[in-house]
Design a protein around this ligand. Sequence first.
Ligand code: LLP
Length: 432
Amino acid sequence: MTLPDHMEVRKGHLCIREHDMVALAARHGTPLYVTDEDRIVWNYRQYEQALRPYYPDTRILYAAKANGNLAVLRALACLGAGADVFSAGELHLALAAGMKPDSLLFNGSSKSPGDLALAVEKGVIVSVDSLDELHQLDAAAGQAGKRAAIAFRVNPALDVPTHPKIATGLATSKFGIAHEMIPAAYDEALGCEYIDPIGIHCHIGSQILSVEPFARACEVMVRIAGVITDMGVRLKFIDLGGGLGIPYHRPDDHAPTPTEYAEAVMPVFRKGITAAGISPSLWIEPGRSLVADSTILLTRVNSVKTAHRTFVNIDAGFNLLVRPVMYDSYHEVLTANRADQRGTTLCTVAGPICETGDILASDRFLPDPVAGDILALLDCGAYGFAMSSQYNSRPRCPEILLKGNMAALMRRGETISDLTCTMQSPPWQKQD
Ligand code: LLP
């Protein structure tokens, strides 16, 4: 196992730069999410430095679903990021973080009338997923006396090498409009009274560990861009979505760097727009690759049980990190308080949730585990806390943000009263 660059082992303890994770767990308790803002900044800069030399008019829209903490969004907003938002909640968070409405793309395959009215009110560009939605948006804009800028979400019918639940550009996927129907969709949009078609959008999937599918998607997108330009659409942006994977299995996985992504995609992009005679902005929507490796989940070993295997029972389960259970995902596990010791015991790392499937890591060698050990699950910054729940009525844990030598709460832990604070007593139930 190799650690990411911003982590190291000092005096046997896992550290994120100068911050000792064992001390942090002692101070704030466990479970505890810990995020390094400096790592997010570094990841963002990798994209900027890779893309801008090829094409200066590039915009990075952070996929807010990956980690919706306001402090994370603010850190990215300060760097000039916009956001891909997928709900009214994400839209509010992005605006609250200081992002400008015209740097946001409101995505989603099932937007409510309220979502559409909100997008119109805030002047946010909408990625339209169906003709039905197009006409609803046209009506909403007309009613508000405004115009709505849109892109269509293209389904490029691409099979990508990733978990089937997170491949979004398959012909059979629920997302987008089939690529062969896209010119007709723009034709329809040009005929709408209150719609300005200004962009084109796709997103082919997530945790993709090869750059080739992105180049193929780009090829489809620039070809369509040429066709719709000839029809009279004046494209201001082409959005290629997110999806670059990260090396959860270090050092075995090779995750393409933003530079490798740029080397594969940018020549296709430039050739295509030159052929189409246009010079739109290039937008991309990375989520995971910006935030995943910035964050670890610290959890305490409650007990160790030797049965037909050694169960290491921890205080975080799929209530806090659902990825292993939902996608069989791998997250590296380290014993943070003895990070210099070799793993000798084959362990199953099990959460406290009342389900057999609540296993966060299987068949891992850990240094002889004992109650009180602090384990660190790595690469939890994307789709970690964001997908957490209160299942089994467990309050969600706090989140800490690190920057330089500073550490502060970016979300307090929920309490037992937070569990009940939205509940109400129906009038027929007598209260004591
Ligand atoms: N743009 C759109 C329209 C998306 O739907 C997504 C992710 C992204 C961008 C960002 O993709 P990324 O760069 O993070 O791969 N919960 C799953 C991942 C679901 C991804 C959903 N869409 C997981 O934990 O692996």
